[in-house]
Design a protein around this ligand. Structure first.
Ligand code: AMP
Length: 451
């Protein structure tokens, strides 16, 4: 199937060509015709499936023909990065339409946003808090809204934005089209969907399955050896662009510094950065000035760097969904990627949860030549300890991690994370670790994005 079947307005079809898209992804194939019919849509799709264009294209098609200068489409997203990402897609796909899109989020000056809103725009991509500020101050007029999109609704719920969203909804016209996208469907999101969608069509692609273009591996290791192992992995592996995840902001910052000290072009992305520094880290990662970006889950939301070759989980995520989100950063659309996860004995429960979710046992690997027997330092340095548990998160294994526990040789960690697991030798070239060609050629290669 090609994009011609959708019969987009020629300015929108031209934008699709310029973006280099030739074949719609499954979510686009399913969602676009329904959105074009004016139906409310519940989209179950994770990042990396092409879901942004699945709502952006029909919205552009609808808006290109109508009145200008009024806010007619509102996209609400959980993070500034995701909002910028969506805005960029709108600008890219809508480059021939002369429709105007702006982003609205906190942490940056409000006046430029007010000025742009005053001059007139058709599309607003917003994070909930700042959007509410504009609504309360009367600096945004949403009376002419045709389409509302809630993107990554599950993440907005996790971040506590649901009350804000319900407040925003009170200010929108009842008569409108509503599209809700979410990677997972917790009860609260289902309730929200029931409340705000009218006779919705549900479209679903791989809602819990990871992109098939990703190959996974676990690296059992003691907590205090994670940084050394990471450096060895980076040394032995052909990496283009690596996204490393840590559990806390502090660890992201410190690990970024350590990688820099070891000679890598690395930056960290975490919530304590100013918007300018976040943007600089992201831009540098996109244009290749940084080869490695160390991030927390929240900060990494919405990162779309088409050439990410590896996602490395320095710390295992808190949930199987978060694992799928993280590895969704590599193997995006047409590309293949590798996802490495360092696991200690404390991670065994989460490893089993992830494997259950993926319905597959993850390969355990050891890195040949790496000295796993180095004892922990006498001084209790921060990276020798497991990361702090985020509040209200239950410990994953019974009992406190003992000193001995955190000093596990890989065999102990392996036992804890699946005794029957086979230890595989490290495969140093991504080509060997990549999935078969058939899996990779799911979508055509697209042209490089201009950032
Ligand atoms: P998303 O899931 O919306 O974040 O999109 C993931 C990536 O796939 C983005 O870099 C898009 O530009 C790209 N993409 C979306 N649709 C297509 C398509 N039909 N063909 C090729 N690439 C696409």
């Amino acid at each position: 199937m090609s994009f011609q079947k959708f019969n987009f307005h020629h300015q929108v079809a031209g934008g699709v060509n310029l973006a280099g898209y030739t074949v719609p992804t499954p979510i686009q194939e399913q969602a676009i015709p329904e959105v074009m019919k004016g139906r409310d849509v519940m989209g179950l799709a994770q990042t990396g499936t092409g879901k942004t264009a699945a709502f952006v294209l029909p919205i552009l098609h609808r808006l290109v023909q109508g009145e200008r200068g009024l806010v007619r489409a509102l996209v609400i997203a959980p993070t500034r990065e995701l909002a910028e990402q969506i805005h960029e897609s709108i600008c890219q796909l809508g480059q021939l339409t002369r429709l105007k899109s702006i982003t609205v989020y906190g942490g940056v000056g409000v006046n430029p946003q007010i000025e742009k809103l005053r001059r007139g725009v058709e599309i607003v991509v917003a994070c909930p808090g700042r959007l509410l500020d504009h609504i309360n101050q009367g600096t945004i007029n949403l009376a002419h809204l045709d389409v509302l999109v809630l993107d990554e609704a599950d993440q907005m719920f996790d971040m506590g934005f649901l009350p804000d969203i319900r407040r925003v909804l009170k200010h929108l016209p009842q008569q409108r089209q509503t599209l809700l996208f979410s990677a997972t469907m917790p009860d609260d999101i289902r309730r929200l969907a029931n409340d705000i969608l009218t006779d919705p069509v549900t479209v679903q692609v791989d809602s819990i399955a990871p992109p098939i273009t990703v190959s996974h591996a676990l690296y059992p290791v003691a907590q205090h050896l994670k940084t050394a192992l990471l450096l060895e992995l980076l040394r032995h592996t052909d990496t283009e662009s690596v996204l490393v995840f840590t559990r806390t902001k502090h660890r992201a910052k410190r690990l970024g510094e350590q990688l820099e000290k070891s000679g890598y072009r690395a930056a960290s992305l975490q919530g304590n950065l100013s918007q300018n520094r976040r943007q600089a880290a992201l831009d540098g990662f996109r244009d290749g000035s940084f080869q490695i970006l160390v991030a927390t889950d929240i900060a990494a939301r919405g990162i779309d760097v088409s050439q990410i070759s590896h996602v490395i989980n320095y710390d295992i995520p808190d949930t199987a969904e978060a694992y799928i989100h993280r590895i969704g950063r590599t193997g995006r659309a047409a590309r293949s990627g590798d996802a490495f996860t360092m696991v200690t004995s404390e991670d065994s429960v989460m490893v089993r949860t992830i494997e259950k979710k993926l319905n597959a046992q993850l390969e355990r690997r050891t890195l040949e030549g790496f000295d796993y027997s180095v004892p922990p330092p006498h001084k209790d340095t921060e990276f020798a300890r497991p990361p702090r548990q985020p509040q209200n998160r239950k410990p994953q294994s019974a009992g406190k991690p003992s000193k001995q526990g955190s000093n596990n040789a890989p065999s102990d960690a392996l036992k804890a994370s699946g005794a029957s697991a086979k230890i595989q030798q490290h495969r140093s070239k991504p080509s060997q670790a990549s999935p078969p060609q058939a899996a990779r050629s799911r979508y055509p290669q697209r042209s490089q994005r201009a950032h």
